[in-house]
Design a binder for this molecule. Sequence first.
Ligand SMILES: Cc1ncc(COP(=O)(O)O)c(C=O)c1O
Length: 374
Amino acid sequence: MKEIPLTKPYFDNDEIKEIKDVLDSGWVTQGPKVKEFEEGVARKIRSKHAIAVTNCTAALHLALLCSGVSSGDEVLVADYTFPATGHAVLYCGAKPIFVDIDPDSYNINPEKIEALITDRTRAIIPVHTFGQPARMDEILKIARNHSLSVIEDAACALGAQYKGKYAGAIGDIGCFSFHARKGITTGEGGMLVTNNDEIAAKARHLSMFGMKSAWEREGKARFSVPEFIDVGYNYKMSDITAAVGVAQLRRLDQIIDRKRTLAQHWDTRLDEIEGIDKPYIDPDTISIYQSYVALLNPTIDRNKMIQDLLSRGIQTQIGTYASHMQPVYHAPQTCPCSQDVFHRAISLPMYFTLQETVIDEVAETIQQTIGGYK
Ligand SMILES: Cc1ncc(COP(=O)(O)O)c(C=O)c1O
């Protein structure tokens, strides 16, 4: 059998042409191509502002700083996520308080939020896990009642929708990733989006060393030397990276449509196999299936299955992490649903150029072998 990867980004001559244009222009750091990419993302998800950065972790860090999170504060974080979410909270000297998930959608369980709010809580970070938006109406209602900011970790969810609204543009700030495994990719990359003018200006400023540029201060009429007024960061995206993003963004809808068709095919095949459940999709959402993550029966040894499938040329993976179990956080709380999904979830091959026949091959192998993973 030919090797079957878990994921595979799709590039063609569009990306090459965009990159060549940038290289030929002689302007390779943040410039007009970044602006074009930012405007494209903002238009797509109907957000007023978009600020391109080096990766989603940087976007989350800036989002927290722009929400006023600082040392000693607490931030409620969906537990089942890549640890970048919790790390960003630690960067601010604040404490991530992990909230358990709904075991069906793998997303934060809004019913578990309120009990964890204290007078030190400043923000909530729901994660749109694997490209399916969290229950934003309930989350926003709680946040508004307690004057908390809502930062969407939409790393995996560019183009996903919740009740007709685009993920990332529903809360106060949204953060996207363009890492290789995401819906569209620039290799590494991220974006912060918001409708709030002040937040946008602050995020831009902090992404550029906390510098007040001469143009901003004096207008374009007269040259003067920039000043540094805050400890900012170098989180700027380059025009070379943005060139890839511009080309990728043009085919975002095509990629989403194809992956949704493939997910339906996976669903049909998994319905025929005992011991593995297809992912649940909340009817209020349109998932972009950043990953296709199924749930195994507790009697099945998931790690043994991943290892065995790999030896047969099929790459699979765990879903993502139960943050509270990661030693770095020293988290006192327990999140039993997240812990359970962490042990039982399996990510199956899913990418734009995947073929139904390959899904059939993998499904048949799983059907034949699943009884042996005890
Ligand atoms: C939910 C989630 N948040 C944040 C990140 C961090 O994104 P990046 O790698 O762009 O920093 C990831 C990346 O895997 C993610 O899956």
